[in-house]
Design a binder for this molecule. Structure first.
Ligand SMILES: *Cc1c(COP(=O)(O)O)cnc(C)c1O
Length: 379
């Protein structure tokens, strides 16, 4: 037997409490059995999102939420800015282009965060930009982009929406949707929210709803106006993924019991400990600045293939981490500390990294990273 430890940046582990709730018999999505369930999930999601806006719940993966964030608010030929600093930044460009938007990219070197003044300079140049797209946490590079600074710039432009892919950042970072002025924020169930894959969430500001009125792009499955009307009745437009929404209620209840501040503190702490422990092993972070609190991207040491580290962690020890994506493939491996993650998860991950690297012939003094982690995790 090889016991599995899921430390991937999605899917993430689901607590037994949540799994048990999801084992209940299927209820009908148009029956009074279900409406209170959706009502409670809807309210708790607003709490997690720190918003009074609607948070649309879709039956899709996170990418479906990204698609909906494009096809519901824009028109063919609209000029938009995409901050592209990794694989998921590229995805924004691909989706916008698939819907006929004119994309102008701000290319950010992988491992770095966008400089907000570059965005400000571009917006000042002409009032033609209809939207700015970014990742909060770019999961492929382990970098957090400064959402607060970007929001403070973009909100000055009446005709420009700020769209954030927070699929891996929600729960791990304090994202103040209303206070900062994020117009559209996308998240997914299988990351910080501790659920199986299958739900996407999208918050929509009043500024964005006004834009939705003028959007003529094709919409059928991802039709946010219809979802909004249904949400007001504690329904979804099509059959609700009832099991996942029951699970969502259970996981949000757990997060509420912990408290939002403590949830963020836990993620900050686990991320910080992971970084310090791998650095104690002489390893370098792939994120050269602004490291994410959801995932740590680690450069494989010279002469060691990052993909082989990832593979050995899984095959020899049952640790499911993340490999490198796109041009980072082979150079890095990634450890998530997201969602249902606590102190001993970090210790297992660090111990596994030490054992794999030593097994691959890299000089490692076993216990070096683990000791640093333990020291920092003593309460
Ligand atoms: C996981 C992830 C996605 C893609 O989500 P899917 O659920 O696989 O569609 C998009 N953006 C970021 C930042 C992610 O971490």
């Amino acid at each position: 037997m090889l016991k599995r430890y899921l430390f991937a940046p999605g899917p993430t582990p689901v607590p037994s409490e949540v799994l048990l709730e999801m084992a209940m018999p299927i209820i009908h999505h148009r029956s009074p059995d279900f409406m209170p369930v959706l009502e409670s999930a809807k309210k708790d999601l607003q709490w997690l999102y720190q918003t009074k806006n609607d948070v649309i719940i879709l039956c899709s993966t996170g990418t479906g939420g990204m698609v909906g964030a494009v096809n519901n608010f824009f028109n063919n030929g609209d000029r938009v800015l995409v901050i592209n600093g990794g694989k998921f930044g590229e995805r924004w460009t691909e989706i916008c282009q698939a819907y006929g938007l004119q994309v102008e990219e701000i290319i950010v070197e992988w491992g770095y965060a966008v400089k907000p003044d570059i965005v400000e300079k571009r917006l000042k140049k002409g009032k033609d930009i209809k939207g700015v797209f970014v990742q909060a946490s770019e999961t492929s590079t382990g970098v957090y982009h400064d959402i607060k600074a970007l929001a403070s710039i973009i909100k000055k432009y009446e005709d420009t929406l700020f769209i954030v892919d927070a699929i891996s950042a929600l729960v791990a970072h304090d994202l103040r949707t209303d206070e900062w002025g994020i117009d559209i924020m996308v998240a997914g169930s299988q990351k910080g929210v501790m659920l199986p894959p299958g739900l996407a969430f999208v918050s929509v500001s009043e500024k964005a709803w006004a834009k939705a009125e003028k959007s003529k792009l094709p919409k059928f499955y991802f039709n946010f106006k219809k979802e909004r009307e249904n949400l007001a009745k504690n329904q979804t437009n099509f059959t609700s993924p009832v099991t996942l929404i029951i699970g969502l209620n259970a996981s949000l209840k757990m997060l509420k019991a912990e408290g939002l501040k403590n949830v963020f503190k836990r993620h900050e702490r686990l991320a910080n400990v992971t970084r310090r422990a791998v650095q104690a092993l002489g390893l370098e972070l792939y994120s050269k600045e602004s490291p994410s609190n959801s995932v740590t991207a680690i450069l494989a040491p010279p002469g060691i293939d990052g993909q082989a580290v990832y593979k050995n962690l899984r095959e020899k020890y049952g640790i499911i981490a993340g490999g490198g994506q796109g041009k980072a493939k082979g150079k890095i491996f990634r450890i998530a500390h997201l969602g249902y993650s606590d102190r001993f998860d970090v210790i297992i991950a660090i111990a596994g990294i030490e054992m794999v690297l030593k097994g691959m012939g890299h000089p490692v003094k076993l216990g070096t990273g683990v000791a640093v982690a333990q020291e920092l995790l003593i309460d």
